[in-house]
Design a protein around this ligand. Structure first.
Ligand code: NAP
Length: 311
């Protein structure tokens, strides 16, 4: 455990797209951390010690205080267990695991070991999310809908894991919508779901879901991974005080068609700031609500086989 003001000695595991796009730039500007090691079978981070596995990294670098686990979700639990057993604080990329129960297991392990566990939900830190939450809390909701439609060929080229069982398919982006929805909308439960599986894949390419709130309001969610042209990452609401559109993945908020909130995004700098806070406070932050909805969709959903998908 670092002195309260000393930088947290951090190791990063699974050096791929999100590490290069977001983690390294965020860490480079954050004085709360010293990134001293990386573990990856192929990827490397310049200027620090690199290892082929988390076990090798932990053994050679006992001064590590914390690790960030950035591999695909199917492989996160083993790495997290290894890190917690070694007494390290753990930052989990989203989704925090491939199943709900394995993340519950990590929560219990972290509590027993006295280390911090952070299930990061980067979309919750999108610039307009808190403003949307405040607006919805100030009014009465009449209806809501979620549309998350993007082009998988553009955002996930050559990622095989994402199409495998446990890779989540279209729920990989869809869980970002759920991480926002569970933060700004009233509690809701899946009432109906149809998941479209390409005939040659083990994960869905689209999902058609209806949530129901405790008051009986239906909230449809459409996930689509074959959207070309403009991309939609939107949560829409009608309220007693007019319409709300939270768009661009939580970056923009419009009320009655007028943009009231739009700022440059800083999701990963905010995630790392929060992780430093919980490490220093000796607490954990593991909200499983978005993952539980995905699990429920797979449990309740009807499987619809659709045309094969090729990159
Ligand atoms: P990625 O580049 O395909 O994978 C990250 C790294 O994980 C790979 O470079 C690989 O490193 C390691 N890895 C891959 N397969 C593995 C396996 N079977 N066992 C152990 N390690 C393996 O994926 P990514 O886009 O960075 O996504 C990683 C995580 O971040 C996912 O959970 C994703 O949902 C989340 N995320 C991604 C984005 C995005 O825009 N891409 C945004 C936010 C969050 P080595 O081969 O070097 O071991």
């Amino acid at each position: 455990m670092p002195e309260s003001s000393a930088p947290i000695a951090l190791g990063i595991v699974g050096v791929g797209k999100i590490v290069r796009d977001q983690h390294l730039p965020a860490l480079a500007k954050d004085g709360n951390y010293r990134l001293i090691a990386a573990a990856s079978r192929h990827g490397k981070v310049d200027g620090i010690a690199n290892f082929p596995s988390i076990e090798a990294m932990l053994e050679a670098t006992p001064e590590l205080d914390a690790v960030s686990l950035c591999m695909p979700p199917q492989f996160r639990h083993d790495a997290a267990r290894t890190a917690i057993d070694a007494g390290k604080h753990v930052f989990l990329e989203k989704p925090p695991g491939a199943t709900v129960s394995e993340v519950e297991h990590l929560k219990a392990l972290a509590a027993a070991k006295g280390v911090s566990l952070f299930a990061s939900w980067h979309s919750r830190y999108a610039p307009a999310v808190e403003a949307a939450r405040a607006f919805l809390a100030s009014t009465r909701l009449r209806s809501a809908a979620i549309n998350w439609k993007e082009d998988v060929r553009r955002w996930h080229p050559n990622q095989e894991w994402i199409w495998q069982a446990g890779g989540f398919g279209v729920f990989d982006p869809g869980i970002n919508a759920l991480s926002i929805a569970t933060h700004i909308l009233p509690a809701m439960f899946i009432a109906e779901a149809v998941l479209d599986f390409p005939e040659n894949r083990d994960a869905p390419v689209a999902a058609h879901i209806v949530f129901r709130t405790a008051d009986g309001m239906s909230v449809p969610m459409e996930l689509d991974w074959l959207q070309t042209g403009p991309q939609s990452w939107d949560i829409l609401a009608e309220t007693d005080d007019g319409s709300m559109v939270l768009s661009s993945g939580g970056a923009k908020l419009a009320l009655d068609g007028r943009i009231v909130h739009e700022e440059p995004e800083a999701e990963y700098p905010m995630l790392y700031r929060h992780f430093a806070e919980i490490v220093r406070a000796g607490t954990s932050d593991v909200d499983l609500a978005p993952l539980q909805h995905v699990a429920d969709a797979f449990m309740l959903g009807r499987r619809n086989v659709v045309e094969a998908f090729y990159d």
